[in-house]
Design a protein. Sequence first.
Lengths: 402, 377
Amino acid sequence: MSTTRTYIIGTATEALLVLVLASLAIAAHAAPYVPKDDSVVLEHLPTRASDPVARELRQLRNELAANPRNRGAAIRLAERYFALANADGDPRYIGYAEAALRPWWDLSAPPLDALVMRAILKQYSHDFPGAMKDLEAATREDPENARAWSWRAAIDMVQANYDRARKDCLALNDIESDLYSVGCLAYLDGTTGKAAVAYRALSEAFARSSEVPPEVKVWVLTRLAEMSQRMGNVKQAEEHFRAAYFEPINDQFLLGAYSDFLLDQGRPDEVIPLLADWFKSDILLLRLAIAERILKAPKAAEHIEALRSRFEAAALRGDKLHQQEEARFNLYLLGNKEKALALAQENWRLQREPRDARILLEAALAMKDPAAAQDALDWLERSGNEDPLIRQTAQKLMALKR
Amino acid sequence: MKAATGVLAAVLLALFATGAFAHKPSDSYLAISVEGTDVRGQWDIALRDLDFAIGVDDNGDGNITWGEVKAHQAEIAAYALARLKLRSGGADCPVHAIAFLADDHSDGAYSVMRFEGTCKVEADAIEISYSLFADLDPQHKGLLRLEHGGGTRTGIFSPERATQSFELEKISAFTQFFDYAREGVWHIWIGFDHILFLLSLLLPAVLALGGGRWQAVEHFAPAFWDVFKIVTSFTVAHSITLSLAALGVISLPSRLVESAIAASVVLAALNNILPLVHGRRWMVAFFFGLIHGFGFASVLRDLGLPQNALLIALVGFNLGVEGGQLAIVSAFLPIAYWLRATWFYRRLVFIGGSIAIVAVAGTWLVERAFNMKIITP
């Protein structure tokens, strides 16, 4: 008896001691603090002042500061910031670009280049109606403006306006080179039930093209991988994903699509090395945490917590840009099906790509509520999208109806 | 065609990546409390944004050190406070910085500036104009938490909504007292850890240890007095620490408190299975009551303590907790006394219940502690 007592007291004391130490470690960063000395590094900036990119941006900013109505400098600066936002996904750059365009931002009819740039920035913040209005004005003014037509296609695709997207791609057909116009139509066909035709057209156009920049290669290869998935050819999809992955540029959207593919194939262990360095990217951290949860990896809890705090911060701000990811987070990491479904439904109002349909169907299936995903079921019927996983989920939902 | 290639490359990527924000956009966190004509606040601004606006990375090495932030404190205060205007009753409420700190938010390091000031007029509304970074990053937002009279409101500032007015309601002392009392009752009802702790100590009250075995007590009176002593000492103890913590005399990290509360539940229930302390359970109740008081205090702190009605809130909350506790005890004691001699009570409720409590509270303990790995060797 006395050994049992000693054991219990000993263990309890030990546990409390560990607790005290652990709590102190946590308490150290729970509130604003005074760093212990001046040399403590608080923040790493994305660029150093001496980087060529930073120098170029500084020069353009100075030029613009001298004359804020210098449209050439303003557009160049906005372009540079937009490219940076695309590369690292940091929306601050979109704000900086918008600031550069301020003299033209509220005009009803700004000059063509400012109009197109404004539309591009608007769509980044999900102001699709505003962006489309500007793009329509731009293509009216200049029917040969390939850039404006491409962005019209992009927005129509996101909103599942396939008839309009086809017109946009066809307009592009007359003015743009092979790979880009074929790419536009192949993206449309690949989404709307003609994956095999689209695959053949895009891979042939790709084979004919030379001097394709790596970011376009990654785009084409990712599209080909997706089409292969829709055709049920897993091996071919993987080959394209891997080829894209070995291109010498980072592309978080490729990494996202590739990770989703691996998760669908039941290979979460391969997702972890792929995304290990992408803690800062919300969309990739989500995939990493899903993989870690499946594998019961020790970091899962920490990453789920980090995601939770980021979604809370977005909610505080009133942002609704992440609802698709937030729905997945709620469904697969928190098990909060009800909230996942509400988010997926709200997301569908704004964005209607296959992955948006997929999370809506999956959340509705988890809630056994086929009516809640009626919009996605209608979309599947209308678009004819061939994704086997989306179709399977839809069938299970339809079976619940009966 | 060559020139168009670069442009269209970006376009093709856009077909894939429309509007996907991978990072958190720029926000600042502004907390303001207004009591009478006094205004106090804390403003957390991302170092990245400050560097973009006024340049903080003096040596240009891409790292911002605390030394660099300190060197720019006056400049940060002047820049930020020029872009925040508080007005009450048509007159300004000038504020000035009083302290600088640092903090980490989910997206990086922030400069933390505390400020205070006095309004010329006490009015029933405060108008806040916010224009930080409006010229540099129109996507930036200011997230406001406004505290007044024990209530908290939130607001979001953007260039489109740069000036907003917030009404400052007067809340009666009675309403305030009642609100806090209700919170106290509510916290006891949803605070399963407190209930389980109390139950662990109360379960043996209708039994007596005789010859190494638990026997049913003969009369109601001793059981009642046992419960009375336990509940009273628990109450006295947690009232002491609740008051001290709420008044800011003592403060403990909440993770430590929450874990220690879980540990207290484990120990109290273990004591029923393997009795170490019997006659003086009221002392156990007192000792651990001190810890539970810190737990109540953190709830009270989260509710926000009105500086002008501290005593009302404290007494109201404490009485609410006692009321909730009393309701539980008066439901428990008659039933336990009635069932005390049965096998059902002595084995299933007492021993089985204690084991279940150890299991539940043990899980809390592990969860609340730093990581699941700590206790497993």
